[in-house]
Design a protein around this ligand. Structure first.
Ligand SMILES: [Zn+2]
Length: 251
């Protein structure tokens, strides 16, 4: 182990620590990017997938305002709701909220059009909240937070501590109102024109992101499921507008 001149061990301060920190990049938008995406005030690479693909996040709106996070494509084969998130990112500047968006949470699953990550883990069963060893379609990994995607997003959410997280999935068609902030869930269901439903995983949710966040932070995370084939107009125009309104933002 390396030591300082005073003989104090410096574990964690060597090159490996530097490499780790370098993987969580915070980048100011370039002039070209600002012109193309006037809503973006910051972008970050939160970490990398098991196949080395970056997990990208964009910050929109006004720093200092209430913080929220919107996530899509945690399951790589639930592809349509990404349009809501990219419409938020690529539209006019946003005011009234400090909004982070993650259009593709699971870049390996996205690339291969599969639910799971690059080594066959369902990322929404991998969180350290009620984690159990599941196999088959809900393969939960070798242990709680075993996957780099989970670690990257956990670290990001722990730092940001958003007031609300909205996580888009498909195809169950409904907003989970059996949740931490049912009033918010009901308002969002109404605004997005989705039915109110209960997505309680048949009794207990094992290792889901929303259950982990809801148990550990003051803010609330909510799952929103669209149907199998929502229209482009609905995703690109209606949903971003409605979501912004419910979160307290405007553009
Ligand atoms: Zn899903």
């Amino acid at each position: 182990m390396a030591t300082t001149l005073a003989g104090v061990p410096t574990a964690g301060a060597g090159p490996s620590r530097v490499d780790h920190d370098a993987s969580v990049m915070s980048l100011k938008p370039s002039a070209k990017m600002s012109a193309a995406r006037p809503a973006v005030v910051e972008r970050r690479i939160l970490g990398h997938s098991t196949r080395g693909r970056p997990i990208k996040a964009w910050r929109l709106g006004q720093p200092g305002k209430p913080k929220h996070v919107v996530i899509s494509t945690m399951h790589g084969d639930e592809r349509h709701t990404k349009r809501i998130v990219t419409a938020l990112r690529d539209g006019k500047p946003i005011r009234g909220i400090d909004l982070w968006v993650i259009p593709v949470y699971n870049p390996d699953g996205w690339a291969r059009d599969t639910r799971k990550n690059g080594r066959g883990v369902d990322l929404n069963r991998n969180y350290p909240r009620g984690w159990v060893d599941l196999d088959g379609p809900y393969e939960s990994g070798t242990g709680p937070a075993s996957e780099p995607e989970t670690q990257a997003v956990m670290s990001f959410l722990s730092e940001i501590k958003p007031r609300r997280i909205v996580s888009f999935h498909q195809p169950l068609n409904g907003v989970d109102v059996d949740t931490k902030k049912p009033r918010f869930a009901r308002r969002l269901a109404h605004a997005l024109r989705l039915p109110r439903t209960s997505l309680n995983c048949g009794g207990v949710c094992h290792g889901t992101m929303t259950s982990w966040y809801n148990a550990n932070f003051n803010g609330a995370a909510l799952t929103v499921e669209y149907g199998a084939r929502p229209s482009r107009q609905r995703l690109r125009v209606q949903a971003p507008k409605a979501l912004l309104r419910v979160l307290g933002g405007r553009r």
